[in-house]
Design a protein around this ligand. Structure first.
Ligand code: PMP
Length: 363
């Protein structure tokens, strides 16, 4: 089921055809990668092939990759498995914020970048090594964080740096050595792979307490029978990530079109380095809810920066952390492009949004 114009790739991507084919092939047979018999061993070799592909995607060694059920589990594994004082940025995904224990929070500036001076002051004040979590690219604004600099600061204070990179592969180069991270989270469905698969990069020599106890799978780091089909699909998506199109030109043309229709538009995070596929914007007087519903009726799927919890639309904590006013935060919608996006779809969005905007102005 696909809306005629799907522009919500940061929420999830349509699965790539080669990924789907590889998974269907695996699903045709029994596949317990821990079984000794030949069928099990064939499954094992497919899992290890996928591990090598995911490792290669981020410049890691296969042995440094722990497969999980997604980025949420990888994040929880870090926050529950490292016994250090926790420091997280103000714009982390809810799977970090909710799993952290009494964390100190690093502020961000108006453009959406984490404040490294504050981080250094916090760590100096703590006087003990900390686990610091700074995401690589924000899911709402696309703002790319200074992770390599954060890692240098954290290491100088004796701590560990974790980065949630769920939104980054295929969009910007991701290299664990260049970034200097100790731990890194990945998610398959943010790169054309299946939902329910993710990975945690664990730097050689680091040990974490497992989140899931039971069988000895994943070198005793995560109990539970491996989801072989999803892992194989993840591996194929990782192989294909390098071929992802550069979408910045298309996104910039879209923002130019939107600005022409509504000069008072605000594009959140536009002053910082951003993922080329993401745009988070709004205009005064047009709520995200109204815009989303109107666009949906026109066959366009986008999302709002706001999270809908218990029936009430809450303004996005990410935008509030950037100092955006509550009312403005409630107006922000997110358009995210991806591997199957066409210029015609982007034109359709610009034209449709301009109609919704003009209707609001006239009301
Ligand atoms: N971290 C980030 C930055 C994300 O964007 C998401 C998905 N919205 C997650 C974590 C959670 O990923 P998953 O669905 O694989 O658990």
């Amino acid at each position: 089921m696909r809306a005629s114009t799907y522009l919500d790739y940061n929420a999830t991507q349509p699965i790539k055809p080669a990924v789907r084919d590889a998974m269907i092939d695996i699903l045709a047979g029994p596949t317990n990668a821990s079984s000794i018999h030949q069928i099990g061993q064939r499954a094992r070799s497919r899992v290890e092939q996928a591990r090598a592909s995911v490792a290669a995607l981020i410049g890691a060694r296969p042995g440094d990759i722990l497969f999980t059920s997604g980025a949420t589990e990888a994040n929880a594994t870090v926050l529950r498995g490292v016994g250090l004082r926790q420091v997280v940025s103000a714009i982390e995904h809810p799977s970090i914020r909710a799993a952290a224990t009494n964390p100190m929070v690093i502020p961000v500036d108006g453009s959406g970048l984490v404040d490294l001076d504050s981080l250094d002051r916090m760590l100096a004040g703590l006087g003990e090594p900390a686990l610091v979590s700074v995401m690589l690219a924000n899911n709402e604004t696309g703002v790319i964080q200074p992770v390599a600099e954060a890692a240098r600061i954290v290491h100088a204070r004796g701590g560990l740096l974790h980065s949630d990179a769920a939104q980054a592969p295929g969009r910007i180069p991701v290299d664990v050595a260049a970034l200097g991270v100790d731990l890194m989270t990945l998610s398959a469905h943010k790169m054309g792979g299946p939902q329910g698969a993710g990975a945690l990069f664990i730097r050689d020599g680091l040990t974490l307490a497992p989140l899931l106890l039971g069988g000895g799978q994943e070198q005793r780091r995560r109990g539970g029978t491996e989801n072989v089909a999803a892992i194989v699909g993840f591996g194929v998506a990782a192989d294909l990530a390098a071929e992802s199109p550069d979408l910045a030109e298309l996104r910039d043309a879209m923002e130019a079109g939107l600005t022409q229709a509504a000069p008072e538009i605000t594009v959140h995070g536009a002053l910082a380095p951003r993922l080329g596929n993401t745009s988070c914007f709004g205009v005064p007087g047009l709520s995200a809810e109204t815009a989303l519903i109107a666009l949906d009726l026109m066959g366009i799927a986008v999302s709002s920066g706001a999270a809908c919890s218990s029936g009430a639309v809450e303004p996005s904590p990410v935008l509030l952390a950037m100092g955006v006013a509550q009312a403005t935060a409630r107006e922000a919608i997110r358009v995210s492009l991806g591997w199957a996006t066409t210029p015609a779809e982007v034109d359709h969005l610009v034209e449709s949004w301009a109609i919704v905007y003009r209707r609001t102005k006239a009301a």
